[in-house]
Design a protein around this ligand. Structure first.
Ligand SMILES: NC(=O)c1ccc[n+]([C@@H]2O[C@H](COP(=O)([O-])OP(=O)(O)OC[C@H]3O[C@@H](n4cnc5c(N)ncnc54)[C@H](OP(=O)(O)O)[C@@H]3O)[C@@H](O)[C@H]2O)c1
Length: 329
């Protein structure tokens, strides 16, 4: 019989609710405890989603001796501090993306996980979705030949609020860290670490990037064209182009999708691969975390520490080029 894991959620915000809904679908996950800065909010969250315990502080949640794993769902600016707190107490962590604000913080978190020998993973949920795993399989089987380029976007119209986590530099605001990370992770998955990064952005009133374009180039003549914006809805789709054909991931490509299309250049034929579309899509990463913990792993082979570090190094360079600085830099 599989172990049942006592899950904790740290930070009772919007994504925490979605994650909890998916967690409830997994037979070996127990909705155990939630920690919030406010006891009232913790109790209300626990009642809504069916958690056994509610704590009015993050420290109290992490001090519960029966906690098996914690999902950190605070704004970007809290990820490093809250992860370090959990790791210090020996609690395995899945932390929302981006893993932190900058490379220095990510390195600190990885060092702590190594030192304490405690599991740590960035919640790069897209990497665990069935369609992305299928695409990796197709690419490995040479179905589209050698990958030459990646094109992906992610944009939506956000209501301007200088205090919100999307626009406030103190919370790590801007399109890049919130949604630009998705096109970047797709490029990194299929083309690796870029040799050259070129970025342009429009900074808004709060001096964070509200619209950002990133071109990644690679020594072997490969390229990625990536776009993220808070200033309007975009198609949110993606293409992976190879020497023999291309793969199209329809909108919204970073979520569970109904299908992916493979176009073959030689025959001009399109093949459609239907995809399961269960739940919101967070259950796959959550299940993977439990499997890793059961296997005694400290990191995920899919969303590895190196993968997170490489992603953050690229984002640091993009921010340097476009002039976005946070107080914690
Ligand atoms: N994977 C995905 O699909 C996805 C989607 C959306 C967001 N995210 C990530 O999840 C994280 C949270 O996003 P969200 O949309 O859930 O944000 P949110 O609704 O604002 O929730 C964040 C929670 O963090 C806690 N918090 C701690 N310090 C805070 C501070 N200084 N200001 C505001 N809240 C603070 C609050 O919980 P308490 O008051 O209970 O302590 C708050 O409810 C972000 O890093 C984001 O990138 C991921």
């Amino acid at each position: 019989m599989k172990k049942k894991f006592n899950w904790g959620i740290l930070g009772a915000g919007k994504i925490a609710g979605k994650f909890a809904t998916d967690l409830a679908l997994l037979p070996n996950a127990r909705l155990y405890a939630v920690g919030s800065r406010s006891m009232k909010k913790a109790k209300s969250f626990a009642t809504t989603y069916g958690f056994q315990k509610a704590y009015g502080s993050y420290d109290h949640l992490l001090s519960d001796p029966n906690l098996d794993v914690v999902y950190i769902a605070t704004p970007h600016s809290g990820h490093c501090e809250h992860t370090l707190l959990a790791l210090e107490k020996g609690v395995p962590v899945i932390c929302e993306k981006p893993l932190a604000i900058n490379t220095k913080q990510v390195q600190q978190m990885i060092r702590k996980a190594k030192k304490k020998k405690v599991f740590l993973m960035e919640a790069l949920w897209t990497l665990f979705l069935p369609h992305l795993l299928k695409i990796k399989e197709l690419v490995a089987a040479d179905v589209i030949g050698e990958v030459q380029s990646v094109r992906a976007d992610f944009g939506f119209l956000a209501n301007f609020d200088p205090t919100s986590r999307l626009f406030n530099p103190a919370l790590g605001g801007g399109a890049l860290l919130d949604i630009g990370i998705y096109p970047l992770l797709l490029a990194q998955s299929f083309l690796g670490v870029p040799d050259k990064i070129t970025a342009t952005a429009l900074l808004g009133k709060t001096k964070v990037d509200e619209d950002i374009n990133v071109t990644l180039t690679y020594q072997d003549q490969k390229i990625a064209h990536l776009h993220a914006t808070l200033r309007g809805h975009t198609p949110v789709d993606a293409h992976i182009y190879g020497t023999k054909g291309y793969i199209h991931i329809p909108s919204r490509w970073h979520n569970p999708v109904s299908h992916v299309l493979v176009f073959d250049y030689a025959t001009s034929k399109t093949t459609k691969f239907l995809m399961p579309r269960h739940a919101k899509g967070y259950k796959y990463e959550a299940q993977a975390v439990m499997d890793y913990l059961e296997a005694g792993l400290l990191e995920s082979p899919i969303a590895s520490w190196q993968f997170s570090l490489d992603l953050m190094r690229t984002m640091d360079e993009v921010r340097r080029q476009v002039g976005v600085r946070y107080p914690m830099d």
